[in-house]
Design a protein around this ligand. Structure first.
Ligand code: ZN
Length: 68
């Protein structure tokens, strides 16, 4: 496992379920590599921020009264 593969797996984990083997090697790598640990945290934070933004945006566009 190198950083190239680790960051790619972290990105892919946002879109698909990693296999057990992929998760294991990724966890071992992020334990030992602070760069990928930071990257993983940033990706998780960005995803949460975007989900929160999408939720707010949806509420603005779609008033509760208009919902079925
Ligand atoms: Zn790394």
């Amino acid at each position: 496992m190198n950083c190239d593969r680790a960051t790619r797996l972290i990105s892919e984990s946002q879109d698909r379920l990693l296999t057990a083997g992929e998760r294991t090697v990724l966890e071992v790598h992020t334990w030992t590599c602070v760069g990928c640990r930071n990257f993983k945290r940033q990706v998780g934070f960005l995803r949460q921020a975007m989900a929160a933004f999408a939720q707010r945006h949806d509420d603005d566009e779609d008033p509760p009264m208009g919902r079925v």
